[in-house]
Design a protein around this ligand. Structure first.
Ligand code: URA
Ligand code: SF4
Length: 283
């Protein structure tokens, strides 16, 4: 293991575990077909048909290969369409207006937004950061104290871990990666955003997704997953599966702040990232 790779994995708390776990562990999480109404077939190749995994996986296998990105094939229509235009139904004019904004107007709109109670105690709204042509779009929960102060998502302790997680699969904030949150304003005392706040903020998230058109949406934690999929779910039961928001694959993993409190689950988060990388690569 190179010193740099070792340092990245140590930063994530993965170094010892990484040597013990094979790719099989990660693939064992993948069911042969989706079971929830929003899940598609998780993997066209069932894990049992996969070629034998090397005993010791090389991290390099999960690093980006510029020429290894075939387009994601068109998918058949989903049998159970997602019922996500809740906000549009409640506030059709607002949703319609936001859906037509360009990047500059969208960010200005977010910064001036007073549509929900979270505007009252924020220092500033935090629209998002990164590559506007990103293949990867990460969605967190909402800004914390440092994000509220600095106006950028994931700049506190959870953000440092997120950067290490990205580095572990060869990604970097701002380079092919865009980071946003389900709500753009800090919930007081970092409480979980409420469903109506997420709904009210959703047209902004939807517009960001529409402008970026990422190859993958990575939901960090339960509120983000619920914002993207408009359904109740648990992280544990959702890991290792491909969901969809319209045509865009959605992969769900733990929130970095949760991982800071539950170090043992970092290895699972790394498996999820490796799984997401395979989804982006189209296999
Ligand atoms: N947690 C989040 O969900 N988002 C941030 O931007 C920071 C911490
Ligand atoms: Fe507006 Fe979203 Fe902030 Fe609520 S959280 S005030 S909807 S930008």
């Amino acid at each position: 293991m190179s010193a740099r790779r070792g340092a990245i994995l140590r930063e994530m708390g993965l170094a010892p575990i990484w040597r013990l776990r094979g790719v099989e562990a990660q693939e064992a999480e993948v069911p042969a077909s989706g079971v929830a109404e929003v899940a598609s077939t998780a993997s066209p190749e069932a894990p049992s048909h996969a070629p034998p995994a090397p005993a010791v996986p090389k991290l390099a296998e999960f690093l980006p290969a510029a020429d290894l990105r075939p387009p994601i094939p068109n998918r058949p229509p989903q049998s159970a369409p997602l019922a996500h235009p809740v906000t549009a139904a409640l506030h059709p004019e607002r949703a319609k207006r936001i859906a037509a904004l360009d990047w500059e107007a969208l960010e200005a709109d977010i910064r001036g937004c007073t549509a929900c109670r979270l505007c009252e105690r924020r220092k500033q709204a935090v629209p998002g950061v990164g590559d506007r042509q990103a293949e990867w779009m990460l969605v967190g929960e909402g800004p914390g104290a440092e994000e509220d102060q600095r106006g950028e998502p994931f700049v506190g302790a959870a953000g440092k871990l997120l950067d290490a997680m990205l580095a572990s699969i060869g990604l970097k904030r701002g380079e092919g990666v865009y980071i946003a949150n389900a709500v753009k304003c800090r919930p007081p005392h970092n409480r979980t955003p409420q469903a109506d706040e997420i709904e009210m903020c959703k047209p902004y998230l939807e517009r960001q997704i529409a402008l970026i058109r990422p190859r993958i949406l990575l939901a960090l934690g339960r509120p983000a997953a619920m914002a993207l999929l408009d359904t109740e779910l648990s992280i544990g039961a959702s890991r290792g599966r491909i969901f969809h928001r319209d045509e865009t694959p959605v992969v769900i993993t733990y929130h970095p702040a949760y991982l800071l409190r539950n170090q043992a689950d970092k290895a699972k988060a790394w498996e999820d990232l490796c799984f997401a990388r395979k989804v982006v690569a189209g296999h």
